[in-house]
Design a protein around this ligand. Structure first.
Ligand SMILES: [Zn+2]
Length: 218
């Protein structure tokens, strides 16, 4: 099998990861080449987790079987660049579970948030029907249970990563708001009814999404 070129988008990501410099911290030389941690002749594919940017000197020292840099050391350099890869090099199933947990969290969270907003809106009207408000409250509690499970699953799939903490932060931020609506008398106070919680969590949600993409090497 002929060795194909490293696709340009993948190449760019590997270069960006190392700041377009040799990934060995004490070296940092330029220009850089893309090196395979496990040789291409063995893996026969180009994968982000197996690629690292090296200057020609470090690349040659690494490729030399009698050279000073072994594969374990090179893996550690890669993990240092990208801590989310730690313990996850080669873990296909782990990645699938992480992706699934993220999807589950996103959809459960969206359902919960939608009902919570509906509940808040209904409870902000002076003319609100008590039964209607109560049915939305119960619906929101039901959705809460689902999203809570999704958060726990996410945190176990993404254990010891920054994404784990971010999901907790988003969840508790919204949970506090939901509690406040629950605890307030009908109609809920103006500032609570007008509060834009979606906007409050927008930035941290975007950050979470980036961390997840990075963690999944997408
Ligand atoms: Zn170097």
């Amino acid at each position: 099998m002929r060795r194909p070129k490293v696709p340009s988008e993948l190449r760019r990501r590997v270069l960006i990861e190392a700041g377009h410099r040799c990934a060995i911290p004490a070296c940092k030389a330029t220009p850089v080449e893309i090196a395979h941690i496990v040789p291409w002749s063995k893996v026969r594919k180009h994968e982000f987790k197996n690629l690292i940017a090296l200057c020609p000197t470090c690349h040659a020292r690494f490729d030399d079987p009698r050279g000073p840099i072994d594969r374990k050391a090179m893996r550690q350099y890669k993990v240092n660049l990208n801590p989310l890869l730690s313990g996850n090099l080669g873990g296909r199933e782990g990645q699938a579970a992480r992706l699934a947990a993220y999807h589950e969290f996103r959809s459960r969270f969206a359902e919960w948030f939608y009902v919570a907003e509906e509940h808040a809106t209904a409870k902000s009207r002076k003319s609100a029907h008590l039964e209607h408000v109560e049915s939305l409250r119960l619906k929101s509690i039901d959705r809460f249970a689902w999203v809570f499970c999704a958060v726990l699953d996410f945190q176990s799939a993404w254990k010891d990563t920054p994404a784990c903490d971010l999901v907790g932060a988003i969840f508790f931020h919204v949970a506090d708001w939901v509690d406040e609506i629950d605890d307030s008398e009908l109609p809920i106070p103006e500032e609570l009814a007008r509060r834009d919680v979606k906007e409050e969590i927008a930035e941290v949600s975007a950050e979470l999404h980036l961390l997840v993409c990075e963690g999944l090497s997408m």
